[in-house]
Design a protein around this ligand. Sequence first.
Ligand SMILES: *Cc1c(COP(=O)(O)O)cnc(C)c1O
Length: 401
Amino acid sequence: MKNNQLVEKIIEKIFCISDFKLNQKIVLHEPYFKNTNALKYAKECINSGWVSSAGKWVENFEEKICAYTGSRYAVAVSNGTVALRLALFISGVKSSDEVIIPPFSFIATANAVSHLGAIPHFVDIEPNRLGLSPAALQQRLEEISERKNGLIYNKLTGRRIAAVIPVHVFGNPLKIIEIKKICDHWKIPLIEDAAEALGSWVKSENSIKHCGTFGKASIISFNGNKIISTGGGGVLITDSFSLAKKARHLSTTAKIPHKWEFEHDEIGWNDRLPNINAAIGSSQMEILDKRLESKRKLFEKYSEIFKDIKEIELVREEENCISNNWLISIRLKGDNKKNLKIMRNEILNYAHTKNILLRPSWNLINTFKMYKKNPSGELKIAEDQVYRIINLPSSPQLIDL
Ligand SMILES: *Cc1c(COP(=O)(O)O)cnc(C)c1O
């Protein structure tokens, strides 16, 4: 098929998904509050006067996150980026340490590292699920690391490698069991960026675990475009009592509880999720299963309509994984690498003229000027995948209201 024919065919197919109204903009992912208790709970919260960083809704929301994910502890904070910075900090990441991350992620993964004065170190992804590659991680560690006093150092830079942050890209679980094995072997703390992965699971021999429950501490985001939203918000999850306690303390200005005294024992942050956002979050947790179900149906529909276009494939969950289908993506096949970016841009361009706001994947983080000179392994897979991926409109309300 010629490029322009392919482009038209793809867009024509997307129109089959839903009875889109003419001139209606079809966006990538929209939050949903209609027919939910969002307003009711927010009103209750306002009427109580407890709208800020204390109140029963924060606790209620955290309990719901624990019950859903199976994590022992949850600390709700103001967004996913802050949650990640906090997870790194309580795991012992310090200024001038290196933290291994994939280049194929939202920039927040790198920024959270930088906010502590630490340095993102890029390691390649694996082509199917687009998450950090266990083989590349193992190889990179073998190439560069040396052990001193039980800690792992990058012998090229002399800096400590203080954590690894794999990312469950678009909600698709990465090879977390293999990554965890490697991190355990090298004794490097594992922190999962599960910002996009609420409702995503990984099966092993006789258990099933939620994404984010493999790491020492992990994070989920509730930004407006995520699968459920608190307006803005995030949560740190962990099974460790002492880490959760530390996170809670540091995220509330490290204030020592007392009836009236203002006593603080560390330099803390003001990171806690406001009660009013948590109230909305509690109402969103009530519709999570319904949204996941609709998303699965949407994925199946896309799968059906694209099955006869040989030039593309859908990015799919692999065996033993359950994806929340947060962003459903097509991958351009073919070996003509020069043509890929052109074809991708033609598809994006044409789709936007038809008001279907398709989005490319993020540009690789290591290509941004702030991160260009960072330590990095070979990034061949990420460089190849980046122009192949196009995200489709993925709101559950496209097929179900
Ligand atoms: C959304 C997102 C974040 C950050 O979450 P915010 O709540 O927007 O700060 C971090 N990592 C990834 C992969 C994300 O998609």
